[in-house]
Design a protein around this ligand. Structure first.
Ligand code: CP
Ligand code: NVA
Length: 314
């Protein structure tokens, strides 16, 4: 269950709330110093059950830049669900820190953490979605295109976690998101239905196809991700074969608008010319600062035990 101060899925918000996060992220990016004490003294626990460069560094640096602290917890330290249950981890952490970011496998593990913990929980990637990534993607698209409504975004590759969040965010901001996958690798049907429905309200659209050329034609943004995500290492050979016709090459990019940009959430698994991917990666920092700020500003920092003891003695 989602609490009002969690950031688990882009679906949990209204279009206005998503735009508010993006607006705040732009303000923070422009004037970082003005927010230097916004989360003073607050600690965010970073639970990682999968590897990371961008998510770890941007949350770590982001909370410090807001005046708070971070605590990195590796898979070996917690061993979630094995050494200790999700419930017990949530109940411990809510007494020690003011927020939890979690990167894990099953989406349900993160949802349970949010249900059990009274403090804000932020989704740092699950097998199902990657909402912080999509927020950075649309901040980047706004910076380079000066608009979000009506922009055509073609995601070519696997209908995975990154594709799901891109569809949700696109529907929230009125973009036209096309997802082109090989047969059998389409995004989750419920996710598509949600995006189609929300897009009706924002004049956007969500189109799923097996035709990469149709998706790329006239696109303002071409987006791709790895063909085998973390946890799918055993399928690499089979996926390489299935995705070969969906490689983003010059032919496919040539179908896009001449001023189109290329996005990739990174890490990329091959050397290729990429346009704004490092701007996109940096924007993880700014959108996540906005998310932490909105979620954690109301969460109190515990009263010092010393003061309580002194008061009791007097
Ligand atoms: N894009 C992204 O989430 O990168 P990391 O896996 O390095 O965190
Ligand atoms: N789809 C990729 C995204 C990495 C940021 C994965 O889950 O591994």
């Amino acid at each position: 269950m989602t609490k009002p101060n969690d950031f688990l899925s882009i679906k949990d918000f209204t279009p206005q709330q998503i735009r508010r996060f993006l607006h705040l992220a732009s303000a923070i990016k422009l004037q970082s110093q003005a927010y230097a004490e916004a989360l003073k003294g607050k600690t965010l626990a970073l639970i990682f059950e999968k590897p990371s460069l961008r998510t770890r560094v941007t949350f770590d640096v982001g909370i410090h830049q807001l005046g708070g602290f971070s605590l990195y917890l590796s898979p070996a330290e917690i061993n979630l669900g094995k050494r200790e249950s999700v419930y017990d981890v949530a109940k411990n952490l809510e007494r020690m820190v003011q927020g939890i970011m979690i990167r894990t496998f099953a989406h349900e593990i993160m949802a349970k953490m949010a249900e059990y913990a009274s403090i804000p929980v932020i989704n740092g990637l699950t097998d199902y979605s990657h909402p912080c990534q999509a927020m950075a993607d649309f901040l980047t698209i706004f910076e380079v295109k000066s608009r979000l409504r009506g922009v055509k975004v073609a995601f070519i590759g696997d209908g995975n976690n990154v594709a799901h969040s891109l569809m949700f965010a696109g529907a929230q901001v009125g973009a036209h998101v096309w997802v082109a996958t090989p047969p059998g690798y389409e995004p989750n049907a419920d996710a598509v239905r949600w995006a189609e429905k929300r897009a009706l309200e924002t004049s956007g659209s969500c189109t799923v196809t097996n035709d990469a050329v149709a998706a790329a034609t006239g696109a303002d943004v071409i987006y791709t991700d790895v063909w085998a995500s973390m946890g799918q290492e055993a399928e690499i050979a089979q996926r390489r074969k299935a995705f070969a016709p969906f490689q983003v090459n010059d032919g496919l990019v040539g179908r896009a608008r001449p001023e189109a940009v290329f996005l990739h959430c990174l890490p990329a698994h091959r050397g290729e010319e990429v346009s704004v991917v490092f701007q996109q990666a940096e924007n993880r920092l700014h959108v996540q600062k906005a998310i932490m700020l909105e979620l954690m500003k109301e969460v109190g920092v515990g009263v010092s035990t010393d003061l309580e003891l002194q008061a009791a003695e007097n």
